[in-house]
Design a protein around this ligand. Structure first.
Ligand SMILES: Cc1cc2nc3c(=O)[nH]c(=O)nc-3n(C[C@H](O)[C@H](O)[C@H](O)COP(=O)(O)OP(=O)(O)OC[C@H]3O[C@@H](n4cnc5c(N)ncnc54)[C@H](O)[C@@H]3O)c2cc1C
Length: 313
């Protein structure tokens, strides 16, 4: 049987999609990739070079230039109707995945299974519950499975440079009431994607202001080529943009290095970063819970410690 991975990309195929390909390979001998969008030449070349992918579908149209869930779901649904051998549809547990995949599952009258972290067999999966404090084993008897994958438990498939066959699918018109008027981001200076960054520098309430968040964290992030993260308190206070939030209700990351600065380490925050390989905590309170998960801890005032650390690096 065949697994279909829905590709996510910016200037190239995202690391999360490469990880989903690895998960798909654990399930099926045959793995297909579908890429939707507009002016996709470079992304198609990337997709065709992914090891483990057997075929690439491309659906290209101006209406797919921006991600609009119902338009994308309609195209994929048609692809599924035409290929009854596709028994598993996978996407990363990103905000796009959480939007698109349940919609397609609903259109096919099936349930989705989210945040899969382990594949035991074709019908048996493990997913976290209670903010990652417990793991639940879920068995499904669905003929077609719709899974979002928490990528950090799977290694990314490599881009081998091979050139896999691709097939163009004709875009089907689809009525939608949704229109993207404009896209904007507060996060103009941080260009590294939080989900695929090897190093994340996160700040919390202790930073006190948006200016400090930027002036204290950004130089360190630049030196370490890291992405900026934040606690929810930092986001709620307007210190950091919403898309930087790490945690139970934010992004789940597991970089090689996570530096937590002026954040306490609430269970909701830990749920989003505790799988990081090395955790460094900088906090003036020696009792802060973040020190319980930290590989290295620096007890001190962040306004002294971080500039000195940045300078030494
Ligand atoms: C349903 C639910 C979901 C949630 N989801 C999330 C989530 O996804 N992500 C998330 O982060 N939170 C989440 N929260 C919120 C969470 O419970 C905490 O409130 C939040 O994580 C606290 O953020 P913080 O660590 O920045 O702030 P605080 O807990 O106030 O910690 C600030 C820390 O900064 C230190 N500090 C202060 N000044 C300095 C200084 N000068 N130098 C060094 N250290 C200093 C203090 O010692 C303190 O430890 C959620 C809560 C709920 C109820």
């Amino acid at each position: 049987m065949t697994a279909l991975v829905i590709a996510e990309y910016e200037s190239s195929i995202k690391d999360e999609t490469l990880r989903v390909v690895t998960a798909a390979k654990n399930l099926s001998n045959e793995v297909w990739l579908v890429i939707l969008g507009y002016e996709l030449e470079k992304i198609l070349n990337d997709g065709r070079s992914i090891e483990g992918v057997d075929k690439v579908f491309i659906i290209e149209h101006e209406q797919l230039k921006q991600f609009i869930s119902e338009v994308w779901a309609h195209q994929i649904s048609i692809l599924l109707d035409a290929n009854s051998n596709i028994d598993t549809i996978l996407m990363s547990s990103s905000s796009q995945g959480k939007d698109l995949l349940p919609r397609i599952a609903g259109m096919h009258d099936e349930e989705k299974l989210t945040d899969v972290i382990e594949i035991i067999s074709q019908n048996d999966f493990v997913r976290p519950i209670y903010a990652g404090n417990l793991h639940s084993r879920v068995t499904t008897s669905q003929k077609r499975k719709f899974l979002t994958i928490r990528g950090n438990k799977f290694n990314p498939a490599s881009m081998s440079g091979q050139s896999i066959t691709s097939e163009k699918i004709v875009f089907e018109d689809c009525d939608t009431v949704t229109k993207i008027v404009s896209n904007s981001s507060d996060n103009v200076t941080d260009t590294i994607d939080l989900l695929s960054a090897k190093c994340v520098i996160s700040g919390g309430r202790g930073l006190g202001s948006a200016e400090n968040y930027k002036n204290i964290l950004q130089p360190l992030a630049k030196k370490l080529r890291g992405a900026l993260g934040a606690s929810r308190a930092a986001v709620d206070m307007g210190l950091a943009p919403n898309e930087n939030q790490v945690g139970q209700t934010g992004k789940i990351v597991a970089p090689d290095l996570y530096i937590a600065i002026g954040l306490s380490g609430s269970i909701q925050h830990l749920a989003g970063m505790k799988d990081s390989k090395v955790i460094v905590a900088i906090n003036k309170d020696p009792e802060a819970p973040i020190f319980q998960v930290a590989t290295y801890g620096i007890i001190g005032d962040l306004f002294d410690v971080v500039p000195e650390l940045t300078e030494k690096i």
